[in-house]
Design a binder for this molecule. Structure first.
Ligand SMILES: Nc1ncnc2c1ncn2[C@@H]1O[C@H](COP(=O)(O)OP(=O)(O)OP(=O)(O)O)[C@@H](O)[C@H]1O
Length: 298
């Protein structure tokens, strides 16, 4: 079964684009990363999938249920963490978690208690008194306490410190082990690389590429780092050229190693390192080669 399947899903905000002809397929049981820079269309996709905004055209199914006709059933089977969480002012953490459980007819509070302990969350505090990170924790608990079939999380780790990010991913891994499909958006490639089996890159409202993370890393491009005096004008098929303060020149190279070494052999270089690029560097590579400007802030 597919956990998420969209066909040419499009959302226009008046005349401006949100997402365009977005076709995405997420198998049930996946740990899926949805990566893109600010404004790419991640939240628009997620909010359309969950029926919070209406698609302009195209179709989408969640767990084989149609987003047009079966949104209540979809909500029963999913857990959602929005990118910006708002709660009723004045409510205590424990009351929010209880209220969220009651919406799912969940009577057993033991799981919520366990999660609060795991995330070191003080349930007696009022939500207005909480930091962004702590509010996020409340949102995470509300999203997972009923062990949904599909968890959709919009930029879940923003505002969490590194320790909490680790705890958070531990919770996601537990849910995944139980059989949940995990789909989360992020602009942090390292966390996608570390935790996800599949990933899709979105830019300007369109999917650039979707594949297994391992395959995405195999673009064929190598990362080359050279020390010494280098004339890069004679080098072909290089991108992302940069020179560090210590004089090292680094670039991505997409050609034959033999011809690169030949071109370097007459130059005054003192060291060379050839390595696999990180997912982040590959992402930049996709941006440059598949119609988009690279985004240095990603
Ligand atoms: N309510 C809205 N009205 C008009 N345009 C909108 C609205 N919401 C989003 N957009 C536009 O749709 C595009 C996609 O935005 P979206 O928020 O989905 O991106 P995102 O990838 O989630 O970005 P971020 O990481 O910054 O949250 C952007 O160009 C944005 O300006």
């Amino acid at each position: 079964m597919k956990a998420i399947e969209t066909k040419n899903l499009t959302k226009k905000y008046g005349t401006s684009r949100g997402i365009t002809d977005l076709s995405l397929s997420v198998e049930a049981g996946e740990f899926y990363g949805f990566i893109g820079p600010n404004g790419a269309g991640k939240s628009t996709t997620i909010r359309t999938l969950l029926g919070y905004i209406k698609a302009s055209s195209g179709t989408a199914k969640i767990l084989d249920l149609d987003i047009e006709n079966d949104i209540d059933k979809i909500h029963e089977k999913t857990g959602y963490l929005p990118s910006e969480i708002t709660f009723y002012k004045g409510m205590k953490v424990k009351d929010i978690i209880k209220y969220s459980a009651s919406l799912r007819n969940l009577k057993d509070t033991s799981e919520a208690k366990r999660l609060c302990d795991q995330l070191s969350l003080d349930t007696e505090k009022k939500v207005d008194e909480l930091s962004l990170g702590n509010r996020k924790k409340v949102g995470i608990i509300c999203a997972v306490q009923h062990h949904p079939d599909l968890l959709i999380l919009d930029e879940p780790t923003s505002g969490l410190d590194p320790l909490m990010q680790r705890e958070f991913f531990n919770i996601l891994k537990e849910e995944h082990k139980r059989g949940s499909t995990i789909f989360f958006s992020s602009h942090i490639l390292t966390e996608v690389q570390e935790h996800c089996h599949m990933a899709a890159f979105i830019k300007d409202g369109k999917i650039l590429v979707a594949d297994e993370v391992e395959n995405l890393k195999k673009t064929g491009a190598k990362k080359i780092s050279v020390a010494g005096s280098l004339n890069t004008d004679i080098l072909k098929e290089i991108t992302h050229l940069s020179t560090s303060d210590d004089g090292k020149t680094t670039f991505l190279y997409n050609g034959e190693i033999k011809s690169l070494l030949y071109n370097l052999s007459n130059q005054e270089i003192t060291d060379i390192n050839i390595s696999e690029p990180s997912l982040e560097e590959i992402f930049m590579h996709y941006y440059d080669t598949k119609g988009g400007e690279s985004d240095a802030n990603l």
